[in-house]
Design a protein around this ligand. Structure first.
Ligand SMILES: *Cc1c(COP(=O)(O)O)cnc(C)c1O
Length: 410
C-alpha cells in the first residue's frame, strides 16, 4: 500500500476524524507546533468577543458574579483535572507555569520538612532548572541534578534526604516520555514527594494523577490545551496534601474569606488556597472556552490518535528520508506527542519548511522538533509534512544562506 493510501485509510478509520474541523488553521499551513502554541479552536473568537463586549463592556464588575468569573480558576481547573485523571477539587488554573513551579516546589519542601535535597532532571526545560535553583537558594536547600535513569540508584544512597523530585514527563527536546507511575513509586518508597511538570502531556497523553499517587503537578494552558498565547497555567494538589499545602505566595484570592478583607491570612479550604491574585481573566476565559473541544472525549482515544500521527510520521520518514535520524523513541509508550530529528543544519531545515507552509520549531543545538496536536492534524497532512522535510533534506534547500539568520523566538 502506498503512503498516500495509508494516510487516507488511517484518517478514514479514526474515531476522532471529525476533530480537525473544530480548529481554525490556514489552508496553506501544516501546523506541527501545537506543543509550543496550540491552534485556535474555531468557536473561541465568538466566545471571547462576548466576554469582551458583553461581559466586560456591558456587565462590567457584575460579571464576577453573573458570568462566574470568580469561580473560573476552579471551573477550568476541574476540566483540566478530568483530562489528567484527577478527581474534581484538585486543580486550579492561574499564573504561569514558572510561577506555579516555584509555588509547588516551595509547598513540597514545606510538606516534607527536615529533608534538604530537591532532585531535578538536568534535561528539564530550563525554567524548571532556574526555578528549582531559586527555591533552593531561598530556603537553603540543595539541588541534586539526577537523570531519571539513575534515580533509583541515587535514592538508594541519598533518598532519605530528598524532599521532592521535579520531573518533566516528556523531554521537550527529544520527546522521550518517562515511566511516571514507576518513578512516583520509587520516590514515595524513599519518603520523597514528586512534582510532575506536565506541560507536554496535558491534552495529548493519558495522565492518571490520582492513580499514580502524584503529590503535585503543574503544566501549561497554551500548549496542547490550546488556551491561546500566554494562557494561564494550572496546579494540581492531591487531596491528601491540601490541608497542609502552603504555596510560595499567600494572596487574597486564596484566602478563606477574600471579601471579608481581613488583615490576617487564613488559607481557603481545599485547592482554592493555591489561588493567589486576580487572574488574567481574558486569557483564563479563552482557556476555559478552548477546553470545550475536549468535552465528551476520552483521553485514551486522544492518545491513540497522537500515537497514530507520530507513528505514521516516523514511518513516512523511514521510507522517504532514511538518512534522517529521529531522536524520539520509536516505541509508542516511550514518546510524547512529538517527533524530533537531529540535523547539523536543523535551524535552517525548520526555516526552509516554514517557507513551504510546514511549521515546526528548532531547539538548540541541532534539533528540528515537530509537535502533533492530536485533535487538529490529519494523517494526510502528516504525510505532506514528511514529504516536504524529506525534500528539504535531499535537495539541501536548507543551505540557502537566507535561511540562516536567527529570529528571537526559534
Ligand atoms: C513550555 C514549558 C514551560 C513554560 O513555562 P512558562 O512559565 O509558561 O513560560 C515550563 N516547563 C516546561 C516543561 C515547558 O515545556
Amino acid at each position: 500500500m502506498s503512503l498516500d493510501e495509508r494516510a487516507a485509510g488511517l484518517d478514514a478509520v479514526d474515531p476522532l476524524a471529525g476533530e480537525p474541523a473544530k480548529f481554525s488553521l490556514p489552508d496553506s499551513t501544516i501546523y506541527l507546533d501545537g506543543n509550543s502554541l496550540g491552534p485556535l479552536p474555531r468557536h473561541v473568537p465568538a466566545v471571547l468577543q462576548n466576554v469582551v463586549e458583553q461581559q466586560w463592556g456591558h456587565d462590567l464588575i457584575t460579571s464576577w458574579n453573573r458570568h462566574g468569573w470568580w469561580e473560573a480558576p476552579r471551573r477550568a481547573g476541574d476540566r483540566i483535572g478530568r483530562l489528567l485523571g484527577g478527581a474534581p477539587g484538585q486543580v486550579v488554573a492561574g499564573d504561569s507555569t514558572s510561577q506555579q513551579l516555584f509555588s509547588a516546589t516551595v509547598a513540597a519542601a514545606r510538606l516534607n520538612p527536615g529533608r534538604r535535597t530537591v532532585v531535578i532532571d538536568p534535561a528539564s526545560f530550563p525554567t524548571d532548572l532556574y526555578v528549582v535553583a531559586s527555591v533552593a537558594e531561598l530556603l537553603g536547600l540543595e539541588v541534586a541534578q539526577v537523570e531519571p535513569s539513575h534515580l533509583q540508584h541515587f535514592l538508594a544512597d541519598r533518598g532519605s534526604d530528598v524532599a521532592v523530585a521535579v520531573l518533566c514527563e516528556v523531554d521537550f527536546r527529544t520527546g522521550e516520555r518517562l515511566d511516571a507511575p514507576a518513578l512516583t513509586d520509587a520516590l514515595h518508597q524513599s519518603g520523597a514527594l514528586v512534582l510532575w511538570d506536565l506541560c507536554h502531556s496535558a491534552g495529548a497523553l493519558v495522565v492518571e494523577l490520582d492513580a499514580w499517587g502524584a503529590d503535585l503537578a503543574v503544566g501549561c494552558g497554551y500548549k496542547f490545551l490550546n488556551g491561546g498565547p500566554g494562557a494561564p497555567a494550572w496546579i494540581y494538589v492531591a487531596q491528601r496534601h491540601q490541608e497542609q499545602f502552603r504555596g510560595a505566595v499567600a494572596g487574597w484570592n486564596g484566602h478563606a474569606r477574600p471579601f471579608a478583607f481581613e488583615a490576617a491570612y487564613e488559607p481557603a479550604p481545599g485547592v482554592s488556597r493555591a489561588r493567589v491574585g486576580t487572574p488574567a481573566m481574558l486569557s483564563l476565559l479563552s482557556l476555559d472556552a478552548a477546553l470545550d473541544v475536549y468535552d465528551g472525549l476520552d483521553m485514551v482515544d486522544v492518545r491513540a490518535r497522537s500515537v497514530s500521527l507520530t507513528g505514521f510520521f516516523l514511518e513516512c520518514l523511514a521510507e522517504l528520508a532514511p538518512d534522517l535520524e529521529p531522536v524520539t523513541p520509536r516505541e509508542p509508550e516511550r514518546r510524547g506527542s512529538q517527533v524530533s530529528v537531529r540535523h547539523a543544519s536543523a535551524y535552517a531545515v525548520v526555516q526552509a519548511l516554514l517557507a513551504r507552509g510546514v511549521i515546526g520549531d528548532f531547539r538548540e543545538p541541532d534539533i528540528a522538533r515537530f509537535g502533533f496536536s492530536p485533535l487538529a492534524l490529519t494523517h494526510v497532512q502528516v504525510l505532506r509534512a514528511a514529504r516536504e522535510l524529506a525534500d528539504v533534506v535531499a535537495t539541501r534547500a536548507y543551505a540557502d544562506p537566507a535561511l540562516a539568520a536567527r529570529t528571537t523566538v526559534t
